[in-house]
Every structure is written in structure tokens, then in C-alpha cells.
Design a protein around this ligand. Structure first.
Ligand SMILES: [Zn+2]
Length: 94
């Protein structure tokens, strides 16, 4: 497990709504993710989000595993989801 930030100050996953809306056309905070660390599932809004600098780091509230990292550069974004098994994104009927 990666070390926790020293100050342990975080926001809930709703802090990801704005930054992720630039990448996804849907509100991803309602998506249900599964943590690779403990297997728990829950909406992204439930994650603990640390940042903003040098990027946003979202941790599982159950095991503290990093499930998502987001760094926004001047002309691109880097999204690291290696701590997420899957994302279930609610959509309208196809
Ligand atoms: Zn977990």
C-alpha cells in the first residue's frame, strides 16, 4: 500500500466531478467502481480525494488503496485507473 499523505486531509469523491467532466460525457461520480485492494464496490463520490497538487489522488474509503489518479497538464490529462477493477457507468437505455 502506498503511504497516506502526511496531513490526511481529503474531500469526498464529488471533488472529481468537475475535473472528470472534461474527460467523460457523463457524471462519473455516480459510476460504481470496484477496488483492486479489497474488492469493495461503491460510487466514485464515496472515494477520499487528496489534492489538488500535483494531481488528484482518490483512495478507497475501506482499505485506503489508491483507485484513481488524475493529473491535468496544460494540454492533456492523465487518468490512472489501475486501482479500479471496473467502473459501472449508468447510461440511458440503448
Ligand atoms: Zn479497497
Amino acid at each position: 500500500m502506498d503511504a497516506l499523505p502526511a496531513d490526511d486531509v481529503y474531500q469526498d469523491g464529488n471533488a472529481l466531478a468537475g475535473p472528470l467532466s472534461e474527460i467523460f460525457a457523463v457524471d462519473v461520480t455516480a459510476a460504481v467502481g470496484r477496488c483492486t485492494g479489497c474488492g469493495s464496490t461503491g460510487p466514485l463520490a464515496r472515494l477520499r480525494v487528496y489534492g489538488p497538487g500535483p494531481g488528484l489522488v482518490a483512495r478507497c474509503p475501506d482499505c485506503e488503496q489508491i483507485v484513481l489518479r488524475l493529473v491535468r497538464g496544460p494540454d492533456a490529462a492523465w487518468l490512472d485507473l489501475r486501482g479500479t477493477v471496473s467502473l459501472r457507468i449508468p447510461l440511458g437505455s440503448a
